[in-house]
Every structure is written in C-alpha cells, then in structure tokens.
Design a protein around this ligand. Structure first.
Ligand code: PRP
Length: 187
C-alpha cells in the first residue's frame, strides 16, 4: 500500500537555510562563552540538533534529556524526567535544543530545572514555536519558525512514533486517506 505523506509546511531547503542562520547567531553570541553545553530534548530534537551543531563553530559539549508528561486525556500536566543528563550543569553555559515549543510546560520545567542546578546561563533554541498554543510563558532565545496551531510531523516530530524520518516538516491531517492506528497512551 502506498504511503500518504503529510502535506509539506516547511521544505527541506527552508529548514536547512534557517538552521544555518540560527547557527550563525549562536556562534556570534557564544564566541566568548565557551565551552557551550548543548542539551537536546529527546527524541524530537535529534535531527535538528545534528544539523545545527554541524554548522556551529564554537566548541560544544552535547548531552540529552528525555521528558514525558503525565497526561489526563490530552491535557498536558506535570513533567517527568525519563532520562537525565550525564554532564554536570553547575557553572555551565547551557543551550537547550528542542524541536517544538507547544504549550510550554516541558520547556518551562526544563529551564527551571537547569537554573536550579546552577547553570551559569540557560538559553533555548527551538526549531518550531507554536506560540498560539502557549499555556505557560517560555522565552525562545533562538526560534526557527513560528507556526500556527496545526499538528506537525517530520524532521524529528512524530505521530505515534511515525514520520520522524521525513526531511521536511509536514502537516498531519487526520481526515486524509491514511488509515489511523490506535494511539499509544502517553505516560
Ligand atoms: C514534544 C517536544 C517537546 C514537547 C513540547 O515532545 O519535543 O519536548 O513535546 O510540548 P509542550 O510545549 O506542550 O510541553 P514529545 O513529548 O512529543 O516527545 P518526543 O520529542 O519524544 O516526540
């Protein structure tokens, strides 16, 4: 059966061009503040993080954090750390790398956690900012694209673990021809 691909929203070329611009901004801002500790939030950030950090020229260290929400139905709730970082945060300039900021609950929690742990500075670089969906305020220091309140997949973003490998960002439209699979409950 042919696979129905999500409707493109941001092309591969547009993504790569904007990522180069973000890398140049990061280089400029952190020129005198190395080494920079870049922390990707699993799993959605991995494609963006790799492409971004291949273009950043200031020395970096990398680490990963994985979170999940306790959800009641589809309502975001308390954030749980599923995999913590390995590198100590205290005294470091930390740059969080994220695929998307949606309600803001995840990033608000993670920013607060790293500040609490004594980071010298904490900034956020997010490829996508679904700003109209915000429930808690989060400052996105490096923002790739502002998008409307649509369900996006590809380039790391998933629908029940599908579509992450697409090289572009697409809009998932549930009324399409693709048969739906049962949703896996979020923890
Ligand atoms: C996504 C995204 C952020 C979070 C943003 O992760 O990568 O971490 O949701 O949502 P919020 O602003 O409403 O808190 P998700 O939980 O889907 O996990 P994944 O990256 O493994 O797909």
């Amino acid at each position: 059966m042919d696979r129905v691909l999500p409707r493109p929203l941001i092309s591969e070329d547009e993504l790569q061009h904007r990522i180069s611009e973000l890398a140049a901004e990061i280089d400029r801002d952190y020129r005198d503040q190395e080494p920079l500790l870049c922390i990707g939030i699993l799993k959605g950030s991995v494609f963006f993080m790799v492409d971004l950090l291949k273009r950043v020229t200031v020395p970096v260290k990398i680490d990963f954090l994985q979170t999940s929400s306790y959800r009641s139905g589809t309502t975001p709730g308390e954030i749980r750390i599923r995999k913590d970082v390995d590198i100590a945060i205290r005294g470091k300039h930390v740059l969080i790398i994220e695929d998307i900021v949606d309600t803001g609950h995840t990033l608000s929690t993670v920013l607060g956690l790293f500040r609490f742990r004594g980071a010298k500075s904490v900034k956020l670089c997010a490829l996508l900012d679904k700003h109209k969906a915000r429930e808690v305020a989060v400052n996105v220091d490096y923002s790739g694209f502002k998008i409307d309140n649509v369900f996006v997949v590809g380039y790391g973003l998933d629908l029940d673990e599908r579509y992450r490998e697409l090289p572009y960002i697409g809009v998932y439209e549930p009324d399409g021809d693709e048969p739906s699979e049962p949703s896996e409950p979020s923890e």
